[in-house]
Design a protein around this ligand. Structure first.
Ligand SMILES: [Zn+2]
Length: 511
């Protein structure tokens, strides 16, 4: 099957054009772009699409996502990470959802992603109490069924949770510590064996799906696990995907636990390299940024999640200028509450302008587009396959109707994409050469049926989760005190908005 798109406006994100639009043709054969140029001449194809009044761009890459949180979208507000985690990643464990609910929870994220022009997701999946192969299989199945490209992880923590939080042992009462300590932890060898088996089973499935190694964070995993996971990631060609320095509490963690920043700690272990992807990177020092740039690693900027959890503002301009590869991500679906990458692009284009009056340093729409496409693909180690429109690459693309309100009247298309469009002008989405969204509708799945089934399944699971929330709320005042202590400490940098008022000392809970 071949498809020819004639005389469309194209933003290719390749090296020669970057984000500069041009008018041209694209020829797609099977799963790949066969040719692209201003005029391909008299070529023939099985199907021809008139590209006039259409914009074609690479599919967006969501560089960091936790689809597992989708059951809790819209459930929490006004809690920082360490408190919010008590409810959506309960410290006392949880009754896992059924395999079918895991499938549906992944599917609702996949459906909204595709309809919003996302063709690749990097889904870091954490199952409380340990992930089974069947649970992981449900996530892969959903992405396989709907037609998305995805890197899907087995996420792991192998340190007792309270050992990962500064001052937890002195500030949490003994009875609660005993309860939290009673929970079993996954063993390193079990995790590595699981990852090897998962890679064997799911890696390269359907030409779109890959298994990814994702130890949670340097303070949440033991050194031997981090080192062994990195070795395994390199051997299977997976990114080494982790979280570093999302919150100020984590900025306190490095000096408290290791006498150095967490980035320096990673560097000294040899864990910063071109396959390393760091979610967040907010509370990094200038020296950290240098180490990251020298190592050629990637970060994922989760600009909406960071606002929702009050984590702080990543120094995006410094990271970009240093040469760190910056991708964009939604992060989890209850710290952002949606996987829509057009929202993320919009926020990334805006937030950094209030960080400094020096407008020469503000983030341009062209930079946002790069981070959401080719740099996202690079962070996922997929830049040879996707992230730009080039001959030889997979045909992962989005066709937008330019006769809609967001594009009328037409000015700079890059600015329209970042500041005017929200995904509502998307007409067609193609992944791996296959049209999976047409006229704004999903072609491979029945969206209404799946949403209906998810509503019913959630209603059945909700009382289980609500009871777990109640139980975990016992930790709330103690974690609030830890948060207050850590955020009052001087760590030498400030990544909050500069006029953040001083602590008022309230511990309001908004569940
Ligand atoms: Zn995350």
């Amino acid at each position: 099957m071949s498809t020819l798109i004639r005389q469309a406006s194209i933003i290719a994100m390749d090296e020669s054009h970057g984000s500069t639009p041009f008018t041209g043709d694209i020829l797609i054969e099977a799963d790949r772009i066969k040719a692209i140029g201003t005029d391909l001449g008299p070529v023939k194809a099985d199907r021809e699409i008139d590209g006039r009044d259409r914009l074609i761009m690479p599919g967006l890459v969501n560089g960091h996502l936790h689809s597992g949180e989708a059951l809790f979208k819209g459930r929490y507000d006004n809690m920082p990470l360490e408190l919010w985690m008590l409810y959506c990643y309960p410290i006392l464990g949880a009754t896992p959802p059924s395999d079918r609910l895991i499938y549906l929870r992944t599917m609702v994220v996949a459906m909204e992603s595709l309809k919003n022009g996302v063709t690749t997701v990097v889904d870091d999946v954490y199952e409380l109490g340990g992930q089974s192969m069947d649970q992981l299989g449900q996530v892969f199945q959903a992405y396989d069924d709907i037609g998305l490209r995805a890197n899907v992880s087995g996420h792991i923590m192998d340190r007792p949770f309270l050992d990962t939080i500064p001052f937890a042992h002195e500030m949490i009462p003994a009875d609660l510590k005993a309860k939290a300590g009673a929970l079993g932890l996954p063993g390193r060898d079990d995790y590595l064996a699981f990852c090897k088996a998962a890679a064997g089973r799911f890696h390269n499935r359907s030409g779109r799906l890959r298994f990814m190694i994702a130890p949670s964070a340097p303070q949440r995993c033991t050194e031997p696990l981090m080192l062994a996971a990195d070795e395994l990631a390199r051997s299977i060609g997976s990114p080494f995907h982790t979280h570093i320095l999302e919150t100020k509490t984590q900025a306190v963690t490095g000096p408290e636990f290791h006498g150095k920043t967490l980035i320096r700690y990673m560097h000294d272990l040899g864990l910063l390299h071109s396959g390393t992807t760091i979610a967040h990177s907010i509370w990094v020092t200038d020296e950290d940024i240098e180490l990251m740039a020298d190592a050629g690693c990637s970060i994922v900027h989760n600009v909406i999640s960071n606002q929702k959890l009050g984590a702080g503002i990543a120094p995006m301009r410094k990271l970009l200028d240093a040469g760190v590869n910056v991708a964009l991500g939604s992060d989890g679906i209850c710290s952002n509450d949606t996987p829509r990458m057009f929202d993320v692009m919009h926020a990334a284009g805006l937030l950094h302008s209030v960080s400094s009056p020096d407008y020469d340093t503000w983030i341009a729409a062209s930079e946002v587009l790069e981070c959401a496409t080719i740099k996202g693909a690079k962070s996922a180690l997929l830049a040879h396959e996707t992230g730009s429109l080039e001959a030889g690459k997979k045909a992962d693309l989005v066709i937008l109707d330019l006769n809609t309100a967001p594009f009328t009247p037409r000015n700079d298309l890059r600015n329209h994409l970042v500041y005017c469009e929200n995904g509502s002008s998307i007409e067609t989405v193609m992944v791996n050469g296959e049209v999976v969204v047409k006229d704004g509708k999903l072609l491979r799945v029945n969206e209404a049926d799946l949403l209906g089934e998810l509503r019913e399944a959630w209603a059945a699971y909700l009382p289980v989760h609500a009871a777990i929330e109640q139980e975990n709320a016992a930790f709330h005042p103690h974690f609030a005190a830890i948060h207050k202590r850590c955020t009052s400490m001087d760590v030498g940098i400030n990544r909050y908005g500069s006029d953040m008022p001083a602590w008022k000392g309230h511990n309001r809970r908004a569940v």
